[in-house]
Design a protein around this ligand. Sequence first.
Ligand code: LLP
Length: 413
Amino acid sequence: MIEVIGSHLYIGSIKAEQIANVYGTPIYVYDVEVVVDNYFKLKNSIKYRDLEVMYACKANCNVEILKALRDLGAGLDAVSPWEAALAVRIGFKREKILFTGSNVESEEMKFVRGELGILVNVDSISQLRRYGRMFPDTEVSIRINPGIGAGHHEYAVTGGITKFGIYLNQLKQVEDILKEHRLKLVGLHTHIGSGILRPEPFIDAAEKLLQIAVNFTNLEFIDIGGGFGIPYRPSEKPLDLDYLGDKLSSLFEDFTSRYGNLKLRVEPGRFIVGNAGVLLVRVVDIKEVESKEFRKVFVGVDSGMNHLIRPALYGAHHEVIAVSKADQPRVVTADVVGNICESGDILALDVQLPKLSEGDVLAVMNAGAYGYSMSSNYNMRPRPPEVAVYRDSIKLTRRRETFEDLLRTYIEL
Ligand code: LLP
């Protein structure tokens, strides 16, 4: 549990302040128990008998999170060869991993299919042709762009007119290529976008895939992708998972009673890890500026867009909690800004905070998905460490980068 008790924010049964003091800031902290809860929440809401939850590890590749999901029997959605290789290294079974790349090179297919032995979910006609030439007589899956898209931001919409998937009017070509190379199509996949809080687009996309499925015999699974949103603002309503789960279940029960058995796969990333992580940062500067026209408070912290790019890239909102002043009245309206040399270096805009002092620790909430995984060394700054908490135990799972780490790939200095 990540929760405020009295004046403190707790992660598991450990005070966030204590973690910051022991391991330093900035730091990503994950509560593995929350990850496990989220997995079951999703799994239990879709009652269809043959469901497989494939964790989209692009959201967060933390080793403890991956191991916990592996132990629960989850599958894994990989979007790059090295995500696939990491999954194998962690011990996910090959048949539980699906590789869904974008603009995949032949060499990458060779590695994923040939070396790792993982099923490739092909994203375009050209890639399917190349795959067929390299791996005739094998199994393959295709990503379909169903013409339906949704998401929390334009950049997070992947269905519709985007670079993703095989378009509906290209399916005849798919049939020809399958025949030419004697490929066995075992899966139909789609992923329509990310951060979706309404059930309808998922249902529409699933219906579309099932309409397509009737044209192919021997399918083994239908994968409707991820995209299950989480509320980032207190005013946002969570996705109605029970409703969505019921609808999907009856859709699939009904379809498979005619078609024969099909596995239903979902690929949640954000839903599994989003609310399971916080980024702890320390206040290093408080700048209060005032004139006739404006009054502004900038709370400057020891992190920034290099560690959590979502606010800068999507205008995304993350709640901020002062970890040891959590019950104090929020009397200050401030922007929480980082130490990167860009005006867009924002962690939170116009948030209400208690009266702060330099040295206070803030938690940027719901930072478990697309936080560390999208972080960078911009401005020659190290990426933060990661710790995983499970109730009262805590483990450092990745150390803070050093100056030498950043120089490692230079050929000569
Ligand atoms: N499957 C595929 C093929 C995907 O491309 C993605 C995410 C997922 C599953 C998982 O989606 P999720 O359940 O996490 O929504 N950086 C953005 C999100 C980009 C998502 C990219 N693809 C953000 O921070 O909001």
